[in-house]
Design a binder for this molecule. Structure first.
Ligand code: SF4
Ligand code: SF4
Length: 323
């Protein structure tokens, strides 16, 4: 029996005691899977899982706090759920987790470079080596490495880290030079090597393109103060509504600081950005700082307390101020 069929069996068994189970179904075209709330055994038949299931479903969980729900989680998504539980924004006992191994999700922007126009793609299949896009002009073959999201090429946690039911064989983490503490290394190294004026020019150019849609914020499972979001205040304190790179960068820096020690590098913020701004680099930079200071990565341990949720007068890795 395939992992997907095993998963469906487990969900059908658990469904009577749950309001719904969140998973994915085939979307509006061949290239999209969309989040899907299963409420009946018939719904479960529509469940799909594969490299087009990109959305981090844990972002829904805080909305259903106090309700008994189920959720399908791959490795990176499970870190979001764990972090939310660590922060007591979601109750572990109210969530039944159906965990999966994930061998990577597709980056549609990358596939688009091969297909020319994603609207022309009639069907898509994949195996361990290749994605095959069927278009009116014929088949387009894309090497798997060239199709996967960058985060998947260096994935340390391909399997759901917390699960009540796990379907399939656990996968090994990716190996390569850009792993562990150097994750995102090349990209960060290039940014860190820039002179401050060049770095500001880089981000100013990037922020020029930002349309302030806040898709990056809305897609982020850890961005939880939406009802009081600083970006929507009329009584301005930190951030204005001007359409300037300065204000937009200010929002990104506030977002990055709010995520210090909490960002799981799921990449949803960058994936959701309609204008391709490389904002994950800001989160990765902060994550590197958090790793160096606190030896901590978010969303790995239900019992751990995120470092910025604690206060110690003398942090081991922070030099005491000399005043
Ligand atoms: S900031 Fe981006 S990478 Fe980090 S948890 Fe939020 S969506 Fe995921
Ligand atoms: S998703 Fe992109 S364009 Fe939209 S607010 Fe975020 S950075 Fe700006």
């Amino acid at each position: 029996m395939s992992a997907l069929e095993m998963l469906k069996d487990k969900i059908r068994e658990a469904l009577p005691s749950l309001e719904f189970v969140i998973g994915w179904e085939q979307g509006f075209d061949a290239l999209h899977a969309t989040p899907f709330f299963m409420r009946t055994a018939e719904d479960v038949e529509k469940l799909v899982f594969g490299p087009l299931c990109v959305h981090n479903l844990s972002t829904y969980l805080p909305s259903f706090r106090g309700r008994k729900v189920g959720i399908v989680l791959k490795g990176c998504d499970s870190r979001g759920a764990i972090e939310l539980m660590q922060e007591k924004l979601v109750e572990r006992e109210n969530v039944v987790i159906f965990g999966l191994p994930c061998s990577g999700v597709a980056d549609l922007a990358k596939l688009g470079r091969f297909a020319g126009d994603l609207d022309r793609v009639l069907a898509v299949t994949w195996d361990d080596e290749t994605f095959v896009l069927t278009t009116p002009a014929g088949e387009v073959r894309v090497p798997r490495e060239a199709a996967l999201a960058d985060k998947c090429l260096t994935c340390q946690f391909p399997n759901a880290l917390e699960a009540d039911h796990f379907a399939g064989e656990p996968l090994p983490p990716a190996t390569g030079p850009d792993m562990g503490s150097d994750r995102g290394g090349e990209e960060l190294a290039a940014l860190e090597a820039m002179a401050p004026a060049d770095l500001m020019a880089y981000w100013a150019e990037a922020m020029e393109r930002c349309i302030r849609c806040y898709a990056c914020r809305n897609a982020c499972p850890m961005c939880v103060c939406r009802d009081h979001c600083i970006a929507h205040r009329r009584d301005l304190q930190w951030l204005g509504q001007d359409d300037t790179p300065r204000e937009k960068l200010m929002f990104q820096l506030i977002h990055t600081l709010h995520l210090a020690g909490r960002c799981t590098e799921c990449g949803e913020c960058q994936r959701a950005c309609p204008v391709g701004i490389p904002i994950l680099a800001l989160r990765r930079k902060m994550n590197r700082v958090i790793r160096e200071l606190f030896d901590y990565q978010a969303g790995l341990d239900l019992q751990a307390v995120p470092p910025l949720f604690t206060f110690q007068v003398e942090e081991a890795n922070i030099e005491e101020r000399k005043w």
